[in-house]
Design a protein around this ligand. Structure first.
Ligand code: NAD
Ligand code: G6P
Ligand code: MN
Length: 450
């Protein structure tokens, strides 16, 4: 098996140590020659990298080299795979994205509604620059992107790089949900085969099969409505916010029993309830700063101080394993089936061709080969078309620096609906993001002065 040269962009991410542990666990499936970290924030990356050095020395002696750098050319040259996980504006801007809509009683969430729009308008420019840089230094590398809001980033990259066949956007949520299905069934998550359709953070499982073709869908639905639904993946199992989110699946399956929903549909189906439960002073960003970020940094500090991993507990999570299994299927043409984002092109028969959808695909060394979904029925089509229009308008707003398109996007979104409310949220967001969106800030002045 050829060993791969891997670059992790966003080396300082809170997910990097989990990713490294997954690479250790998956070394048979995805053997590595080298690992390189790249990040724009030297200090943030250094802490994670120094801990990683020790983890790799103890657990991955087969590796030829590990480097970390803030120099693009040095990092991105000679890569076979590039895993991308960046956050433009950091958790501080995420907090703004969540707090601003709540002022107007609209959902404040990282990837959904106004928060998703703001985060998208920050991420797109950096992602385009990054993909251009990767293509300059490693024209043939596979790029696997986790950066959010993945739906909006994927649509922008589709427009910007239409001919790039080695660029894939993925999300770990369907896989994390499947970990809980696997728990219900007493099976391994990678032994389950999903049928699924929708957009990122906006989709439904229509069937859950095993590799022998047995259908477990009704068993799962019954278990959810009768016994409840809990997160089981290590990263989220003990997190009160994720426990609450998984509980909402019970309600969604009761209200809409036809299919099994993605957890993120809670924001679109029950927006008022999602607003009511929020405390604006401790939205999810604050919980992550005091939770995952603190936990990861404390763990890294301890590994560095001890010079060994012997005194810490290191866990493997689905986030890392999922990305790595997808990469392995590309590298070695395994033909495994994973839910990924692809350009529709007829996969969902009654949606346009030129939109990004999230569906199961066979992952090969020629890229993802999606399975036909066929026609979807009115409820799902209606919901998806509204969301798609919002996503497209956000990307239009980015390219055109258009206040009007951004206002249209928010007005269309199910988490906002009222045009005056959309305008208030947009105006506050433009102010909060003026360093990131100078042109939109300027175009708002024009609109205001008319
Ligand atoms: P984080 O802020 O802890 O880490 C992101 C890192 O990226 C930081 O170290 C930052 O300095 C770095 N960075 C920012 N801009 C950069 C750039 N232009 N080039 C290189 N490095 C840059 O964030 P996190 O919570 O660990 O999340 C990382 C990303 O992964 C986010 O976009 C998050 O939304 C996404 N994510 C996606 C999924 C999914 O399902 N697709 C799952 C989990 C996380
Ligand atoms: C899920 C989603 C991601 C999201 C992540 C973290 O895994 O698929 O897109 O970024 O959760 O959310 P959190 O609120 O815990 O930072
Ligand atoms: Mn996701």
């Amino acid at each position: 098996m050829k060993r791969q040269n891997l670059v992790v962009v966003g080396g300082g991410s809170t997910y990097t140590i989990g990713m490294i542990m997954s690479l250790v666990a998956e070394k048979e499936q995805f053997p590595l020659k080298s690992i390189t970290f790249y990040d724009t924030n030297a200090e943030r990356q250094e802490k994670i990298a120094k801990a990683t050095e020790i983890i790799l020395r103890e657990k991955y002696p087969e590796l030829d080299s590990f480097h970390y750098t803030t120099d693009k050319e040095e990092a991105l040259s000679n890569a076979d795979f590039v895993f991308v996980q960046i956050r433009t504006g950091g958790l501080a801007m995420r907090e703004q994205d969540e707090q601003i809509p709540l002022r107007y009683e609209a959902v404040g969430q990282e990837t959904c509604g106004p928060g998703g729009m703001a985060y998208g308008l920050r991420s797109i420019g950096d992602m385009i620059e990054l993909v251009n840089d990767i293509r300059t230094y490693s024209p043939d590398a596979w790029i696997l992107n986790y950066t959010n809001p993945a739906a909006i980033v994927a649509e922008a990259l589709r427009r910007e790089f239409p001919a790039d066949k080695k660029l894939l956007n993925i999300c770990d949520m369907p896989a994390a949900i499947m970990v809980s299905y696997a728990g219900i069934l007493g099976k391994d998550v990678f032994d389950l085969v999903p049928e699924y359709f929708g957009l990122n953070h906006f989709g439904w499982f229509t069937k859950i099969l095993d590799k022998e073709g047995n259908d477990h869908t009704n068993t799962i639905k019954r278990a959810i409505t009768e016994d409840g639904f809990i997160p089981e993946d290590a990263e989220i199992a003990n997190d009160p916010s994720w426990i609450h989110t998984f509980k909402q699946v019970e309600r969604m399956v009761t209200d809409f029993p036809e299919y099994l929903p993605n957890t993120y549909l809670q924001y679109y189906l029950y927006p008022s309830q999602m607003v009511e439960k929020e405390d604006p002073s401790t939205t999810r960003a604050r919980q992550v700063i005091n939770g995952r970020e603190k936990r990861v940094h404390t763990l890294a500090d301890q590994i560095i101080e001890d010079g060994t991993t012997e005194n810490v507990e290191l866990e493997v999570d689905i986030h890392g394993r999922y990305m790595i299994r997808v990469a392995a299927s590309m590298a070695y043409n395994n033909g495994d089936i994973f839910i990924v984002m692809v350009e529709n092109n007829g996969t969902i028969a009654n949606l346009p061709d030129d939109v990004m959808v999230e569906v199961p695909a066979m992952i090969t060394n020629r890229g993802p080969k999606p399975f036909a979904v066929g026609h979807i029925s009115t409820f799902y089509k209606g919901l998806i078309e509204g969301q798609l229009a919002y996503e497209k308008l956000v990307v239009d707003a980015f390219y055109e620096n258009s206040y009007e398109k951004a206002l249209q996007a928010l007005t269309l979104n199910r988490t906002v609906v009222d045009a005056p409310r959309a305008r208030q949220i947009l105006d506050d967001m433009i102010e909060a993001n003026k360093d990131y969106w100078p042109a939109l800030h300027a175009s708002k002045q024009v609109v205001t002065n008319q």
